[in-house]
Design a protein around this ligand. Structure first.
Ligand SMILES: Nc1ncnc2c1ncn2[C@@H]1O[C@H](COP(=O)(O)OP(=O)(O)OP(=O)(O)O)[C@@H](O)[C@H]1O
Length: 922
């Protein structure tokens, strides 16, 4: 860094200061400026600006392109005008060219003038071909040559053209040259020559300014950096007015050589200042210049001030010089006058001498005054220097600050660089990791692919095997199918044989059954048909205890509380009807038995079972039954009527129907036998029957009803049914608590031989067989239950006595057994319907019913026999019956009388009152 020493301040003259300032500035530039290429556009703009200044009528656009500029310059007129403006008369004035001249002649003249001035120039071909860079360089050189202050814009005194001209002449004067001086003399100006152009005092100061010399010859100046040289190249070029070539293309070595040859020493002050101004202008204009904008502005102001002061000083010196010249001339003339006078008169010469001395004194005073003024100027310069020093210091500080900031920034940048490097390293490692990961992934994928490939191969293999296996299986299946079809055919044949055999089997079975029935008939077995009632509509519980049944009379019931075979019980009867069996089906099975009555057989059909098991349904049918729903009673009567009518030509049949209900057997013991026998109602239809029945039962007050058709019988039966005792019990609302016995008496007479036959059919609807829970019924209901139980027990006793072929059969234990005596014994055909309730709650009752029925089915009554009689026998029988009837009446009379006698003994107070048995009967 160059220092502005006090000595320099004291001793340096203005020019040397400027030189020094330029050198310092260049040093500063070296420190702060970086190399930057001056753009062609900038140059062009400068040239355009300059041209517009010189030739205001040109009106070139500031942003004119190379092409536009070339258009202006191509005919050489503008070039000639420029030269004439700068140096009047240097070329022929050419406001237009002569028609005989070619366009290029103007250009040639311009180039010749440039050659004459020994300024670098372009070639004709450059302008023609549009190499505007060289043309621009040439114009810039010309501009620098004639207007070193860049067109005079920056000089304060350049506002007026006259002043500008003065400045130019002043500059040349300072350099010891005239504007029209030989350029070669400038090129050859050495430092010594340059200093010789200065005034004596200035030369002395310049010579003594060792610092200045050192600056000019300093290594920095001697060997400027390439960047610096490149940056300020054109400025130097302008300053040193290089002869040839383009300063932009000037190699660094050339500039370095120039620096070594002390070319700066020879540069005019004004040029140096214009260099500084140019650099500062450029710095101010360029926002991103390395010189801070404020500093550049300040420096420019300083330089302008220096220029102004130099200008003022020069003006002052010029005035003084003129003054001195005028005085010198005056003195010369006076001396001449005085000399003339001296030769004339001494007095006059003495006077004149005195006057001259006086004037000399005045002049000396003037000189003293001038010296004082000079001192004053020196003082001003010194103040200026001080200001310059302050500015320099400020500049240094700013440089230091900038340096620090630069260092700081550099450090930050380095740190940032480190961070970036770190990030780069990290990202590289990350990339490596990713690469490794992708490689491993690739590997894994490859492995997976291999595995999948293998798996696929394996699957395909397996598929192929499966295909083969499936084909084999297909073939096997076909074979098996074939064998199966063969076997099926074989089986079909066998099955056909089996079906035939089974048909035979069924035929044999039917034959067996028939034979069995015949055997039973021969034996006189009581036939037992079992019928199962369906679940009633609206009944919630529908779990049936019926496990199985078949057409052969097999029945199995299941105990819900016991699992497996322990809970099951099987029975065998002559027939078992399921819940779906129709009334007609049931009747068709008993039809032969019923019809046998017309052949003179006694038959008895009774229904046994608990309350609600369907006894009445089977024997009579439901209430208001249609013909399809008719029970056995209606169907039997209808059937017998029809057959009797069919056989009317052969046989004359008389039918009598008697309907008896046995109720509260126990009360019979208290009443006469008529009442005893028929406690509630009796009906004796037809007049064919005498009041004395064959079984010995008298029917007192018998109502005889003749019947001629089935409908008559049905009406009679309905009348009888209406009179049945009915009541509500816990088991069944409509439960009958009485035994209902419908007896059909048949007498047939053979029209040919007069033989007669008698048959009777008892159709008995027994009371409910269930055991009565004493807690549920009391009073009359309890009595009814007891009677029912007793009569059923008596029935059982009779049946089992018959089964055991006992000598004594206890028919007389109940009224029921007495009524059924002729049907249960005495070679009658007997059939029992065992009615079953399928409900779960009735299991125990059902079981005891079935057990009773099982025992009944084993009872053999002996082969049934017809009641056929010849006419004599019949007459005798009728006589016997009449006698029996008479005896019965007598017995009855005796019994009645006996009863009256007993009553008289019991009630002796009652005198003469007679009670008839009928009045006592309920
Ligand atoms: N095979 C059947 N088909 C359709 N309904 C039936 C059948 N058997 C019985 N019923 C019906 O069951 C109910 C009870 O039948 P039913 O009155 O005949 O029983 P019961 O044994 O005569 O009873 P009770 O001892 O009280 O006279 C009746 O409503 C009847 O219509």
């Amino acid at each position: 860094m160059l220092q502005w020493t006090t000595k320099q301040r004291d001793t340096g003259d203005l020019t040397s200061q400027v030189h020094q300032f330029v050198a310092m500035f260049l040093s500063l530039q070296q420190l702060v400026l970086t190399s930057r290429k001056v753009r062609n556009a900038k140059q062009r703009a400068t040239v355009v600006d300059w041209l517009n200044n010189i030739l205001p009528n040109l009106s070139l656009s500031t942003n004119a392109s190379d092409k536009e500029l070339r258009a202006y310059l191509s005919d050489g007129t503008v070039l000639c005008q420029i030269l004439n403006k700068l140096r009047p008369g240097s070329v022929i004035e050419c406001g237009g060219y002569h028609p005989s001249e070619s366009r290029l002649d103007n250009v040639k003249r311009f180039l010749a003038a440039m050659d004459e001035m020994q300024l670098p120039r372009f070639q004709m071909s450059d302008l023609e071909k549009g190499y505007m860079k060289i043309v621009l360089q040439c114009l810039l050189t010309l501009r620098a040559h004639f207007m070193p202050n860049g067109g005079g814009c920056n000089l304060t005194s350049s506002s007026s053209p006259n002043k500008s001209g003065n400045d130019v002449s002043m500059s040349w004067k300072l350099l010891g040259q005239t504007p029209g001086g030989n350029a070669s003399s400038r090129d050859e100006v050495s430092p010594q020559a340059y200093t010789s152009t200065l005034s004596g005092e200035d030369r002395r100061k310049a010579a003594s300014n060792s610092k200045f010399q050192r600056v000019l010859r300093s290594p920095v100046m001697a060997e400027p950096s390439a960047a610096l040289i490149h940056h300020v190249g054109h400025k130097f070029h302008e300053v040193f007015q290089l002869k040839q070539g383009c300063y932009a293309d000037l190699p660094a070595a050339k500039i370095s050589e120039m620096m070594k040859s002390n070319s700066l020493d020879n540069a005019p002050t004004q040029s140096l200042l214009s260099v500084v101004n140019g650099i500062l202008d450029e710095s101010v204009e360029r926002k991103n210049s390395e010189i801070p904008h404020r500093v550049a502005c300040l420096l420019r102001k300083v330089v302008q001030e220096i220029e102004r002061r130099i200008s003022t000083q020069a003006e002052h010196l010029r005035t003084q010089s003129n003054l001195f010249k005028a005085r010198e001339e005056k003195y010369q003339s006076r001396i001449k006058v005085l000399e003339a006078l001296a030769t004339g008169t001494n007095e006059e010469s003495q006077t004149e001498k005195t006057k001259m001395e006086e004037k000399k004194e005045v002049e000396e005073q003037d000189v003293i005054r001038l010296v004082k003024e000079k001192e004053q100027i020196n003082n001003e310069i010194w103040t200026l220097k001080q200001e310059l020093e302050t500015a320099r210091k400020a500049n240094e500080e700013s440089c230091l600050r900038m340096e620090n900031e630069g260092n700081k920034t550099q450090q930050e940048l380095e740190e940032r660089l480190k961070e970036v490097m770190h990030l780069l390293t990290e990202s590289r490692s990350r990339v490596k990791e990713l690469e490794a990961y992708s490689e491993s992934k690739d590997e894994r994928l490859n492995k997976k692919e291999t595995i999948y490939q293998r798996f696929t191969d394996f699957q395909l293999g397996a598929l192929r095997e499966l295909k083969i296996a499936s084909q084999t299986i297909k073939q096997d299946t076909l074979k098996i199918q074939q064998s199966y079809s063969d076997e099926f055919l074989h089986l079909g044949t066998k099955l056909k044989a089996l079906a035939d055999a089974s048909q035979n089997y069924y035929a044999i079975l039917a034959e067996n059954r028939k034979l069995h029935n015949e055997v039973q008939e021969l034996k006189g077995n009581i036939r037992v048909y079992c019928r199962i009632r369906p679940f009633l509509p609206g009944q919630k519980e529908k779990q049936s205890i019926i496990d199985s049944l078949n057409e052969f009379g097999d029945l199995t019931i299941a105990n819900p509380s016991k699992q497996g075979k322990d809970g099951q019980r099987s029975f065998k009867f002559n027939k078992v009807y399921g819940p779906e069996a129709a009334q007609a089906e049931v009747y068709s099975d008993i039809q032969p038995l019923i019809r046998s009555v017309l052949d003179g057989y006694n038959a008895c059909i009774f229904a046994y079972g608990q309350t609600g098991s369907g006894k009445t349904y089977t024997m009579t049918g439901p209430d208001g039954a249609s013909k399809e729903e008719w029970g056995v009673n209606y169907r039997a009567l209808d059937d017998l009527f029809n057959i009797s009518q069919t056989r009317s030509r052969i046989f004359t049949y008389e039918l009598g129907v008697q309907m008896v209900e046995i109720y509260n057997e126990q009360s019979v013991l208290l009443y006469p036998y008529k009442s005893y026998l028929f406690p509630l109602i009796y009906l004796q239809t037809l007049g064919i029957l005498s009041t004395s029945q064959p079984n010995g039962l008298a029917v007192p007050d018998a109502c005889m009803h003749p019947v001629n058709s089935t409908i008559d019988v049905v009406e009679l039966m309905e009348m009888g049914l209406k009179n049945r005792a009915k009541g509500a019990t816990a088991l069944n609302e409509r439960s009958s608590r009485s035994h209902s016995v419908l007896t059909i008496h048949v007498r047939g007479t053979d029209a040919k031989n007069g033989t007669s036959l008698r048959g009777s059919l008892h159709l008995v609807d027994l009371a409910g067989s269930e055991r009565v829970d004493r807690s549920e019924v009391t009073g009359d209901r309890l009595k009814e239950a007891q009677h029912i139980n007793k009569s059923l027990s008596a029935l059982g006793d009779v049946i089992f006595a018959l089964a055991q072929k006992s000598t004594h059969i206890p028919y007389r234990n109940s009224k029921l057994t007495q009524v059924l005596q002729t049907s249960l014994g005495g070679h009658a055909k007997t059939l029992m319907f065992v009615q079953l309730n399928p409900e779960l709650s009735s299991y125990s009752e059902t079981l005891s019913t079935l057990k009773f029925a099982e025992r009944v089915s084993g009872v053999e009554l002996g082969a049934a026999r017809t009641n056929k009689e010849g006419r004599d026998v019949r007459d005798l029988m009728e006589q016997v019956a009449s006698l029996k009837d008479t005896i019965a009446k007598r017995d009855e009379e005796i019994e009645r009388l006996q009863l009256l006698k007993d009553l008289k003994n019991v009630y002796p107070a009652v005198n003469g009152e007679k009670h008839s048995p009928s009045s006592i009967r309920p």
